[in-house]
Design a protein around this ligand. Structure first.
Ligand SMILES: [Zn+2]
Length: 611
């Protein structure tokens, strides 16, 4: 073994000294100098190496050597591959096999970033230039890429020091600049680097109720869905905003309560919005930047999720720039954290398409302690869902189609339902109860929990009419959201518990995502100022469209159980007046087989379709 004498200074040039050190002392035989930073005005030189094997680049095998001006090595770092040089080899492949592998790999990668493409469109052409012994290629037909995709053969080293051959692709999508590595069979994405700026947010992940339930803030890195926000969350025009402003949302706080003139927001030139949340600090201002960041994250996340379920530009969503995809722009959601210092409130003002939605999140005071609703995802999601329902019901040009008593209640009910929907789990049972807004009030904001058991939530459609006590829109909303919860559970059982843990997918093959899909479809299918009966029929129509009416009786049974059965009657009023209502538990003739479910024991009573 070569003995290192600590000084190769006789070799003079820093590159030569460093290379001798790497090959003799570090015993890494095959290396290329990838760069040398040598500046007469600075005290150190830096030489960077790329390890190769059989003259093919090894990804994740970087070496750096740092020298002083006397040629003495003062520091070095290496994660070179340490295994035997001949232990792994690229297999001998025909060009045709190489092309097929790359097509498979690109289909896989495109699914991975949620921009699926078909294999047939992908053209792969070998380039005359070699990179050492590695063949290089040009790929066309990747629809979301700007210009041609470049690819080549590489080796990749895993974190555990295991080496394998891989395909490397360099893909520019406009907002991302990916360098991706895939296994030869195209089945596994081994590594993805995005050269574009990533944005990070300390936030309560959508899927948790609030900051205490999530165990504090978590770092979310580039959470945006590229198909829904294709320029990311910080860019409406050419310029990238270095604060909580962008195409879908502008979030600030009022810095000066007296004048309402000066607004504050976090600033980051690298889109790195990291803050801590201190739950013990009694002064909400101490957590203001974290609050703004979370509100910005949740509004944007919901924009992207709703987008996938159909709340896009033509449907009237909230975006500053609609990128010529239809609908009216100029209407990002303008939100404020810690609004109205003394008020226990949150609000959303929804107007027609083309007018900004306004969201305010206040401080909720309990026993003298102020809870910042900007950390309560249930509340934020509830409010932005008002923005969704008021644009979808009656069309984007009208935001006044949720004004009759049932309709106002449906608006509230959808908002609660979407909040609890993000929190559902695949192994939930029928006896799971949901409460919303439990950050400030442990029992939640509603008089009853969402529950399928009538002993735990007794409110039915008839309660609205019979008892003045239940005529507030939030109480009517309890009935509506609970019917939707029941409907979801019925569909869940009919689908044998198929559940998608990624609720952004809008998959119609899974019960939770299917439920959200038909709910959002139904909003567009019902009349202005709908009653619960219109709402039921619109869901049935949406189901007929999406799956040939496969779940009609699951939907009907949920409604009939809670009083909106086949014989239910309601006079439609456009004014906020209570009109006559007839409750019904009956089913249409073609769902008669489901009658036993209406009066069945309310927990665990649903076991799929009756044969
Ligand atoms: Zn509300």
């Amino acid at each position: 073994m070569h003995k290192y004498n600590g000084n190769y200074a006789h070799l003079k040039k820093p590159e030569a000294i460093a290379k001798a050190f790497v090959q003799q002392r570090l015993q890494v035989a095959e290396v290329d100098i990838s760069s040398c930073v040598s500046d007469a005005g600075r005290p150190f030189d830096h030489v960077y190496f790329q390890q190769r094997m059989q003259d093919i680049e090894i990804v994740n095998a970087d070496i750096a050597v740092h020298l002083n001006k006397k040629g003495v090595i003062i520091a070095h770092s290496s994660n070179a591959y340490k295994g035997h040089a001949s232990s792994v080899r690229w297999p001998e492949l025909s060009i045709r096999d190489m092309i097929i592998q790359q097509q498979e790999a690109l289909v896989k990668f495109s699914d991975h970033i949620h921009r699926p493409i078909t294999r047939e469109r992908i053209g792969v052409r070998r380039l005359p230039i070699m990179d050492g012994n590695a063949a290089t290629f040009e790929v066309t037909g990747v629809l979301y890429a700007f210009g041609a995709v470049r690819s080549k053969q590489v080796y990749i080293q895993s974190n555990h020091g295991v080496l394998q051959p891989a395909w490397e692709f360099v893909i520019n999508t406009g907002i991302n600049y990916f360098k991706a590595h895939l296994s030869l069979d195209g089945k596994r994405v081994l590594n993805v680097i995005d050269w574009a700026w990533t944005a990070s947010y300390s936030a309560v992940p959508v899927g948790f109720s609030h900051v205490v339930e999530s165990g504090g803030l978590r770092l979310m890195t580039s959470p945006h869905l590229p198909d829904a926000s294709h320029r990311g969350w910080h860019r409406a025009g050419r310029e990238e905003k270095q604060t909580t402003m962008g195409n879908n949302a502008v979030v600030t706080i009022d810095a000066d309560e007296a004048t309402n003139q000066r607004r504050l927001a976090p600033i980051s030139t690298t889109q790195d919005f990291r803050f801590t949340y201190d739950g013990r600090d009694p002064d909400p201002r101490a957590n203001a930047m974290a609050s703004i960041t979370n509100v910005f994250y949740v509004i944007n996340m919901m924009h992207d999720i709703f987008y996938r379920y159909g709340f896009n530009e033509p449907a009237g969503n909230y975006q500053q720039n609609n990128f010529k995809r239809g609908g009216l722009g100029g209407d990002a959601i303008v939100a404020e954290s810690q609004v109205g210092w003394e008020e226990d409130n949150a609000f959303f003002i929804a107007r027609e398409d083309g007018v900004n939605g306004l969201l305010g999140l206040g401080l909720y005071t309990v026993n003298g302690r102020k809870y910042d609703l900007g950390f309560d995802n249930d509340v934020i999601i509830h409010e932005v869902t008002h923005g969704l329902s008021s644009r979808l019901v009656g069309g984007p040009a009208k935001a006044d189609c949720l004004n009759a008593p049932d309709s106002r209640g449906m608006g509230e009910g959808w908002s609660d339902f979407v909040a609890i929907w993000t929190r559902m789990k695949g192994d939930d049972r029928d006896d799971r109860e949901f409460r919303v807004g439990t950050y400030a009030t442990p029992d939640g904001l509603r008089d009853y929990p969402y529950a399928l058991d009538k002993h735990r939530n007794p409110l039915t459609y008839g309660s609205i009419y019979r008892d003045k006590q239940w005529q507030d829109e939030h109480d009517i909303g309890i009935v509506w959201a609970n019917i939707l919860y029941q409907m979801y559970r019925n569909i869940y059982h009919a689908m044998d518990g198929r559940f998608s843990t990624d609720f952004t997918t809008a998959s119609i093959e899974h019960s939770n995502t299917y439920t959200m899909q038909i709910i959002i479809d139904s909003m567009q299918l019902m009349p202005c100022n709908p009653t619960f009966i219109h709402g039921r029929d619109a869901l049935i129509a949406a189901d007929a469209e999406r799956s040939d009416g496969k779940y009609k009786c699951e939907i009907y049974t949920a409604f009939a159980k809670w009083g909106v059965g086949a014989k239910a009657k309601r006079r439609k009023f456009t004014l906020p007046l209570m009109s006559k209502l007839v409750e019904s538990n009956s089913l249409p003739r073609d769902c008669k087989d489901y009658a036993h479910l209406i009066h069945a024991p309310t927990t665990g009573g649903f076991r799929g379709r009756k044969k």
